[in-house]
Design a protein around this ligand. Structure first.
Ligand code: ZN
Length: 344
């Protein structure tokens, strides 16, 4: 299906008390690992691209790849811009087809400046149908300012004002988690989360999920978290697997890159279980939550999901899990060629 709107799934997560998994991707292996895991767990997934990557990568080509893979995948893929500091990034992301953006505003901005800039981001993104997430308080980062994590916790009163004045869809309140934390030792202020959930009506997101103990992650979901970002755990597992592969002295680069994909897939599957984000997209359960719109539902779609002539050849789970098999794709291409020859 095409890249999905996050809203129906946030609403679903709110009703059923699970959280959508949000995972950072930056190349083919990480992307495939994340999407394969979501396909295996039959659940929507958020693929996040961190703003600094916009400077170093050909984002237009990478997002073409993401859209192409999403179009052949049976679970909703949401493409999310992570922690943007500039409005220009929001505009570029929207042009690339992102369906969700996160805006932090300029570093060090005052509350008033943050409100004004975020309002602008919301105006732009909503025109294009994309959702906006914004951070309040400040979520610190390991090795940079982690010691300040407790001093920067979001205030429930300000959260209410911020949400009302900006019109954001998702709030990422700082509640004690820290970006980049590999050990599960973050001190989460669940009481503050509870108060924020009660004082605002928007969806809530947890960042720095790698450093939070599983039981606390689940309590946070019970208290209102609808979306949770995890990256460090994925990165650590991929590195472990690459090291193991290198230590055998046999692997060539393709095998090593495969370890990155496998590491991401393993950990994303594990995290989706913890987030209770499993079997959400399962028509076999009698209900199909792929999308609120019937035309995007794989079980009801009348038009082919794959219409281009570039068959996506996969040795991994994506190809086999999709209900459009490689043969379907080839048949589709063959009939296009036949039509072309006939009409010539
Ligand atoms: Zn974050």
């Amino acid at each position: 299906m095409p890249l999905a709107d996050i809203r129906p799934y946030l609403e679903d997560s709110r009703r059923k008390k699970y959280a959508l998994g949000c995972f950072n991707v930056f190349d083919t292996e990480t992307l495939e690992g994340v999407i394969e895991a979501a396909v295996n767990k039959k659940t929507p997934v958020v693929c996040a691209i961190y703003e600094p990557q916009f400077k170093y990568s050909d984002m237009e080509s990478f997002t073409d790849l993401i859209k192409n893979i999403a179009s052949k995948t049976d679970v909703p893929v949401i493409l999310h811009l992570d922690h943007a500091t500039e409005l220009a990034s929001i505009i570029r992301a929207i042009k690339c087809g992102f369906t969700a953006v996160m805006f932090d505003g300029p570093v060090g901005a005052s509350f008033e400046e943050k409100v004004e800039k975020t309002k602008k981001a919301v105006e732009i993104a909503h025109l294009a149908g994309a959702t906006v997430e914004a951070e309040l308080g400040y979520i610190t980062r390991v090795g940079v300012d982690e010691k300040a994590s407790q001093e920067n916790i979001a205030d429930p009163k300000l959260a209410k004002e911020f949400v009302e004045r900006t019109g954001i869809d998702i709030l990422a309140p700082a509640i004690g988690s820290v970006h980049g934390m590999g050990e599960q030792k973050a001190a989460i202020n669940l009481e503050m989360l509870r108060q924020i959930a009660m004082s605002t009506n928007c969806y809530l997101s947890l960042h720095g999920g790698s450093g939070v103990d599983d039981s606390i992650v689940q309590q946070a979901i019970d208290f209102g978290i609808n979306k949770a970002s995890v990256y460090t755990r994925l990165s650590n597992r991929a590195i472990e697997r690459v090291k193991d592969s290198l230590s055998t002295g046999k692997g060539d680069i393709s095998a090593i890159l495969n370890e990155v994909r496998n590491g991401f897939r393993e950990v994303v599957e594990d995290r989706l279980e913890v987030l209770r984000s499993v079997n959400i997209c399962n028509p076999a359960n009698g209900t199909c939550h792929y999308c609120t719109s019937e035309k995007y539902c794989v079980s009801k779609a009348s038009s082919p999901l794959v219409s281009d002539n570039q068959p996506y050849i996969k040795s991994s789970a994506i190809g086999s899990m999709s209900n459009r098999t490689y043969e379907d794709v080839l048949n589709n291409v063959s009939s296009l060629i036949a039509d072309y020859v006939k009409n010539k």
